[in-house]
Design a protein around this ligand. Structure first.
Ligand SMILES: [Zn+2]
Length: 77
């Protein structure tokens, strides 16, 4: 199940880009948003949080084997 909140009219146009930050950490870029991999991710299933999570953004991604299985588009910015 994909949970989509807020402004989602461009959701179908989203193409996630798997990349790395300048520090070598895994990053997913979706449109204007970037997500950092959670440090407690284990195995094939990974959790990702928006880079603005420290500012209260609650958007998250769950991936399994680098496929997005869940995208909570609840950005506050
Ligand atoms: Zn966000």
């Amino acid at each position: 199940m994909v949970l989509v909140y807020g402004n989602s009219e461009h959701y179908d146009d989203i193409e996630p880009i798997f990349t790395t930050s300048r520090f070598g950490k895994p990053v997913i870029q979706i449109g204007q948003y970037r997500f950092n991999k959670r440090s407690d991710s284990k195995g094939l299933k990974s959790g990702w949080t928006c880079v603005k999570a420290s500012n209260g953004c609650r958007a998250t991604i769950t991936t399994v084997e680098n496929i997005i299985v869940k995208y909570n588009n609840d950005h506050n910015h």
